[in-house]
Design a binder for this molecule. Structure first.
Ligand SMILES: Cc1cc2nc3c(=O)[nH]c(=O)nc-3n(C[C@H](O)[C@H](O)[C@H](O)COP(=O)(O)OP(=O)(O)OC[C@H]3O[C@@H](n4cnc5c(N)ncnc54)[C@H](O)[C@@H]3O)c2cc1C
Length: 237
């Protein structure tokens, strides 16, 4: 666990879905920025707030360089995201980390189900890419991703392409406010994973998002008979 403050430069900002942006950072210190898929960094943002610290899960997979990507949603009236969404490209950010115990387990060789809503997809994306890059064993990967509308599906092209190329990867975007033309799943993520894992077969779950959704998932999965050690989660609030 890295305890010293470091500096990262925000090298690039890219519009993603409405209200969401991708932020690309380069750590200033030389060498590789080491982190594990699923971990987060904590920024000390120059904002006028009692607490200036804001944490963000790394959305990119570990690599040899010293770069990392975040995906952030603009929270209305939020001071942290207000700062990030201002014109700060090129700025230096003080950060600490990586931190976090929301990690891939030693043994991934089972059905793996990733459940996220909104920017909760960030650490899930990092983990899924890490599994593919490192050639970790798995039986199947299911990504149940809850969003409001079709235009809110983060990394839609990327996950859709991955599902096309890899028959063991299933991408299930689930829309709570789908338009009439939407052919995929509607409603909330819960119905989707409950149906997919109704047989209670051996599986591991990775859940990330706001507390209400995560808590509901944990309760539902326990109801299907899944034990705590196979239910991994991260809460954003
Ligand atoms: C471990 C960890 C990892 C995180 N990773 C991410 C990430 O990858 N991307 C990201 O956008 N945020 C992430 N967050 C949330 C982030 O730390 C801030 O809370 C968020 O950016 C709001 O900060 P703010 O100062 O703008 O708003 P604040 O004034 O602090 O407002 C907080 C309010 O925003 C809501 N909120 C916080 N995060 C979200 C969110 N992601 N989606 C919808 N509502 C939210 C909370 O419920 C709360 O009501 C993470 C939080 C934690 C604890």
């Amino acid at each position: 666990m890295a305890r010293e403050w470091r500096t990262a430069v925000l090298t690039h900002v890219e519009d993603s879905t409405p209200g969401n942006k991708r932020f690309f950072f380069t750590v200033k210190e030389e060498g590789t920025f080491e982190f594990k898929a699923g971990q987060f960094v904590t920024f000390d943002l120059p904002i006028d707030d009692k607490v200036r610290l804001r944490s963000y899960s790394i959305a990119s997979a570990p690599a040899d360089g010293n770069e990392f990507e975040l995906i952030v949603v603009r929270v209305p009236d939020g001071k942290g995201t207000g700062y990030l969404f201002s014109d700060v490209k090129g700025s230096e950010f003080r950060f600490i980390g990586p931190y976090g115990k929301f990690l891939l387990p030693e043994n991934t060789d089972s059905d793996l189900c990733f459940i996220g809503t909104g920017t909760g997809v960030a650490p899930l994306r990092s983990m899924i890419h890490q599994i593919m890059k490192a050639g970790l064993p798995y039986q199947s990967i299911t990504l149940v991703f809850g969003c409001r509308t079709e235009q809110d599906i983060l990394y839609n092209d990327e996950f859709t392409a991955l599902a096309r190329e890899n028959p063991r990867f299933r991408f299930i975007p689930t829309l709570s406010r789908a338009g009439d033309h939407w052919q995929g799943e509607r409603g909330y993520v819960h119905d989707v994973y409950l149906k997919a894992f109704a047989d209670g077969r051996p599986a591991q779950f990775f859940i990330c998002g706001l507390n209400k959704m995560v808590s509901q998932c944990r309760e539902n999965l326990a109801g299907l008979g899944y034990e705590k050690p196979v239910i991994h989660f991260e809460k954003y609030d």
